[in-house]
Design a protein around this ligand. Sequence first.
Ligand code: AMP
Ligand code: ZN
Length: 480
Amino acid sequence: MQIYNTLSRKKETFVPMEPGKVKMYTCGPTVYHFAHIGNLRSYIMEDVLEKHFRYSGYDVTRVMNITDVGHLSSDGDTGEDKMLKGAKREQKSVMDIARFYTDAFFADCQALNIKRPDVVEPATNCIDDYIHIIQTLIEKGYAYRAGGNIYFDTAKLDQYYVFNDFDAEDLAVGVREGVEEDSNKRNKNDFVLWFTQSKFEDQALKWDSPWGVGYPGWHIECSGISMKYLGEGLDIHCGGIDNAFPHHTNEIAQSEAFLGHKWCNYWFHILHLNTSSGKMSKSKGEFLTVSLLKEKGYDPLVYRFFCLQSHYRKSLVFSWENLDNAAAAFHKLIARIAGLKEGGAVEEDAFAALKEKFLAALDNDLNTSMAVTVLYDVLKAGCSDATKLAAIASFDEVLGLDLIQKAAELRKKNASQSASSAGGYTVTGEGDPAIDALLLQRYEAKKARNFAEADRIRDELKAQGIEIADARDGVSWKRV
Ligand code: AMP
Ligand code: ZN
């Protein structure tokens, strides 16, 4: 596989340290609020990457942290403690907030078919591991004590800024959000490994350490958790592009200073989901969640499809119109799959040729939009329907769109609804069974005087750009 490595700033052939095995680490969510669909873009693309590795025959071990301590509102160690901010907002304890939003995060992941990593570890579970790393860093002269806190001394490194080909705007995130300068720091980009002197007198979670009672900085958790479960070397580390600096830069600094050798070979960064007013972010307070998409009548997998249609190394602009276009394309795709005849023999050669095309798309720096295009190539191919269904089922192991299951549901719905429409009610439109089925459901809802449901269906269709016109014995529809 060719994959872009932020470290070398070019596409490289992926070669894991141990043949056939991939050690993968993902920065997990900061659980002080719901994940927004921007965060989830990153987790969707990482999920596709993991599934592509598995599909290609690798044995993958994937580890993810849950940030439940230490992340301040600026990535540069200033501002408020995010967990405390969440706890105050909801008048709950930090632990309650962490538990609630961790569960909410995994519920969102489930709705989006994002597989749970093999190891999920809350940062607060590994305090001793961080203390051990920090102690070693002090002994080796890479860390110093000032004002009661322990800092990493970035001046001790030959090269601190290891990533520098991303947007200056992204690079500035940590610094820009910072409001106060920390006068304890010897160098501007030194970062906190352990806080004891904190301005958060009400900090709920504190632990004993050789340097006094306190809590770890944000960056140390990923180094500690990764080494605990994956050892001294990592094949690939993932996160959104805002994590590259300072978070990943600091992870590399402290891990390599601790280990005395290179730590991680490939760095996979996902560009942001933006709205018309800029990057979607939790701290701005206004953001879109999976629950909101569901409330508005969207299948969460429509959002996954929307993400797959673009490349992870390009910013993606979210708008309702763009999502509606994805919804229309997704439902049409399902309807076309539902139209394939089940049963019969799979033509092995044709299947292998399609699979080769699909793998080639993803092997090219995870080109998911090309992989989606291959789905349409399958539908157009000259092979048997059984071959097409087998190919689609196989590719969906990576794409995670529930294509076969949704097509089967649609087939069942259409079959039962054609019976219930025998009363003379007809739907005329542009030949899309998914739309026809929804209009038949709307008719059934109206008959049952369930007008709320009938209106919901009308609104869902409207959101997909479908205009309907009721007649005495049926309904007609068209795309506008
Ligand atoms: P957080 O919960 O803030 O620690 O972020 C969780 C993950 O989401 C990290 O990998 C971030 O880099 C990523 N992320 C944050 N904002 C966005 C965005 N607007 N688009 C894509 N990924 C993002
Ligand atoms: Zn991390």
